[in-house]
Design a protein around this ligand. Sequence first.
Ligand code: NAD
Length: 293
Amino acid sequence: MKIGFIGLGIMGKPMVRNLLKAGHELVVYDVIPSNIEEVVNSGAKKAASSKEVAASATLIITMLPNSPEVKEVVLGENGVLEGAKPGSILIDMSSIAPLASQEICKACAEKGVRMIDAPVSGGEPKAIDGTLSIMVGGEKQVFDEVYEILLQMGSSAVYCGEIGAGNTTKLANQVIVACNIAALSEAYMLSARAGVDPKLVFAAIKGGLAGSTVMNAKSPMIFDHNFKPGFKVDLHIKDLKNALDTGHAVGSPLPLTALVFEMLQTLHSDGCGQNDHSAIAKFYEKVAGKTIC
Ligand code: NAD
């Protein structure tokens, strides 16, 4: 099948490569030419705009930073809706505000384009392995039509409800991950201050109730001060802001999220916005005046 793909960053590039491996023909676009060249070298074809991508494929996937970029790419000048044929399917796999998904879906429907929101969890390693967890909102029939293609990028794709439900699920995921990294950092600083090696704490407790995928992935990064992204502080600020806005809109309290959001904002102000989100540990190190390891 011919698939259009827009947004060739940390996640988009390996997702394109997995679709190529599955035998699809890919037409791609990004505003950064070097990102396009990387996937063209892997066998994708280059387009000059999002409009051109949409004109040459009936299934279009977007993997962009946030709601404003998805709106620009889909609704804007030289965007997807200027090029898409009626009946085309748009799968937005970016993590954006659920309300933005609903707004974009409505504009798509007016042009006869069917859209689902399908954000992912798992980060770059799982994007490379093709084992992302995919959470989907939109028409169930569209989900069923593209299910096999989603599984060429992920190990699971779960239908969560109407348009926006995928992104609501993703916000829940991001709240849990951010609070988990903050709890890890807080606990490792406690043990370091009390004179117990945090690496031994990790080894002792990772198999117990406190153990988690987040603990296994992020503890070594915190210990080694390896904050190469992965998932950037600035992207997590974006997700928590979307979570707080959504919480305010639906009347759900998010006190822990608000606290970790402020920690991430402090890191951004300190010039760490492009660090991996495990750099939340640096917030604790700054406040405690001591490194964890
Ligand atoms: P990224 O910043 O590495 O990539 C985004 C890409 O979009 C860039 O290449 C950028 O040039 C391109 N882009 C921006 N505006 C554009 C436009 N107008 N037209 C065309 N291209 C444009 O981000 P990423 O890490 O790949 O994340 C993408 C999405 O996936 C985000 O919503 C993020 O929250 C989500 N996500 C990321 C991870 C992760 O670990 N990196 C994990 C899960 C979900």
